[in-house]
Design a protein around this ligand. Structure first.
Ligand code: HEM
Length: 220
């Protein structure tokens, strides 16, 4: 059993499963954020529910944070082990002939997404935790939309978000599509699944870009 956990196949499966879980999170996160561009009320209502529901707060949120940390720690481990296993470094690598540019650079696109998450937690998650669990400020169900709008006032921050979403596409493009194979999904639907993953990798980050830009130009 411990041999299995330590095996590189098991690590790839763990990476794929945690990645797939984060893809689900991205989809729900995008859906909620997207409502902000056409209805402040709906966004407030959904955010208030997510921010105060005990199952979301004390079960789903810790699972999500664990999922994020697990995925990036495992990502580093995989990269280190792969580098070690590859006695002759990229010098012998024949570029795109062996593996696509994006698959070889998952660690870099991942690092940009990680840096984005640092900024993003500083922007939203930290103030939220302070508001709720340090200041114990009274809950105002209409506060979410103005807080969100305020964050996208700055063109620099909006630009950083947009740039990060481009890297998110690069990361998902290879990560999501190859995750099916890593979990052993290998049948007549594999090609369709891969196409779906690639479409998702473009559509969802593009949607996030639309949200960021719309909020930036919707200041009032
Ligand atoms: C325009 C794009 C985005 C907007 C407007 C946005 C907005 C928000 C907001 C308002 C929160 C709420 C924090 C809270 O109440 O706890 C949040 C949390 C979070 N966001 Fe985003 N987000 C965006 C893109 C992303 C992307 C692309 C990712 C992942 C790569 C991401 C990952 C997270 C995570 C992990 C949390 C913490 C969730 C929690 O545990 O509460 N966000 N975001």
């Amino acid at each position: 059993m411990s041999g299995l956990i330590k095996s590189s196949i098991a690590r790839k499966v763990a990476m794929a499963l945690s990645g797939l879980f984060l893809v689900f999170f991205l989809l729900q996160h995008f859906t909620i954020n997207f409502t902000s561009i056409f209805s402040a009320d709906i966004f407030n209502e959904l955010s208030h529910f997510m921010g105060t529901n005990p199952v979301v707060q004390f079960v789903l949120q810790p699972v999500l944070i664990f999922g994020v940390i697990f995925h990036f720690v495992m990502g580093f481990v995989l990269e280190l082990k792969n580098n070690k296993a590859r006695a002759v470094k990229y010098a012998k690598y024949n570029g795109g002939a062996n593996a696509s540019w994006m698959s070889r650079n998952m660690i870099y696109s991942g690092l940009v997404v990680l840096a984005f998450l640092g900024l993003h937690f500083y922007d939203f998650w930290v103030p939220e935790m302070v508001h709720k669990y340090i200041e114990f400020a009274p809950e105002d169900p209409t506060r979410y939309y103005p807080e969100l709008l305020h964050k996208f006032e700055s063109p620099v921050r909006t630009g950083l978000y947009v740039l990060s979403f481009v890297f998110l596409t690069l990361h998902l493009w290879h990560g999501f599509a190859s995750s099916f194979q890593s979990v052993g999904f290998n049948n007549k639907y594999s090609a369709a699944a891969s196409k779906f993953a690639k479409a998702f990798s473009i559509v969802i980050p593009l949607g996030f870009i639309v949200v960021a830009i719309a909020l930036h130009f919707n200041q009032h």
